[in-house]
Design a protein around this ligand. Sequence first.
Ligand code: COA
Length: 372
Amino acid sequence: MNTNSKGLDDIVVTSSELTLIDGFRGTLSYCGYDISDLTSNCSFEEVVFLLWHGSLPSINELDNFKAQINQNRNIPPQLISLIRQSPKESSTMDLLRTCVSYLSSFDSNLLDTSLEAKMNASIKLLAKIPTILCYSERIRYNQEVIEPNPDLDFAANFLYMLQDKLPDDSFTRVFDKCLVIHADHGLNASTFAARVTASTLSDVYSAITSAIGTLKGPLHGGANEAVMKMINEIKTLENTQSYILDKLKKKDRIMGFGHRVYKTIDPRAVILSNISKQLQSDQGGILYDISTEIENIMKREKNLRPNVDFYAASVYTMLNIPSHLFTPIFAVSRISGWCAQILEQYVDNRLIRPRANYVGPKSRTYIPLKDR
Ligand code: COA
């Protein structure tokens, strides 16, 4: 038995037609299209269609797909009550995980094992997660919830429901690019968790609940919020060097750096860095400057490069999105990749069941309770 696979490093467990990552060249493509082409040219909805159907949509297909998303944006009143009753201090990721799990109770086709039923569940989740998130955020701050706007596409509708105003076109374009960038990324931890759950032939909602619980961790999706906390603590360009060196001396991890697969810069970080630079030049401030300073120090001191979470932090902040929503927004996008990956799992399934190398005691003699 192979005993050298702690963390399943470099272990190939399945085949996939979705995402190709070259960790040495720092490239990423979805279904054969380079991430920078997709980010420059496609809307998030086009990319979701690509991931779910294997090809980019025609105009008609895209219109139909958007209409399907649109029709599924509302959430059941029982779910709104659950959000209202949740403690205000509960984290948005915890609430999102609970809500997604609860949504399964409202799907009358839950036990239908056809691919069509699973695709319908995927559309429901894609459409409803933004609503859950925006409602929970507004309820948390005792604000009126803003119902989905049928005239708006995915990115614009999210910003509208969150901020209660029609978003600026340039903000919408940037947010849409962020959604494209986060859509899928091979067998990352949350996707793997979703595929493991799907491989037991459990339902789509259970698989996505597993994925959300996994994304939450600070070594995965939770890193983006931690990056913003760090930038806020640093405060000024002058403090950056001493702050980072101090952390490294204490052997702390610098969030937003390093990656299991990329041995060079994460191509998504390159795109987000350019967006961050542009936003700072439009709006002023020093978030991009502090970020690049951290990037330079980390390259010099540890030869570690930024990952997707690093520049996402400054970009979202400049879009006026609070940091506790960064990881939930990761889920708003990644639901597309999770669903694509579990649909792929269902089509060619084998139970995922690895083994552990047992290192505990062997051949112990049983001692009855009264004698211990
Ligand atoms: N800051 C400081 N040191 C880091 C680091 C970071 N962000 N990431 C890795 N390292 C160091 C480790 O301390 C370790 O050093 P050592 O060999 O001297 O002990 C070495 O690099 C390898 O780390 P390891 O945890 O084995 O790599 P991994 O492939 O398991 O980790 C991550 C990948 C992403 C978990 C890791 O880079 C990390 O914790 N990054 C910060 C969290 C983050 O940004 N997550 C989002 C990922 S998209």
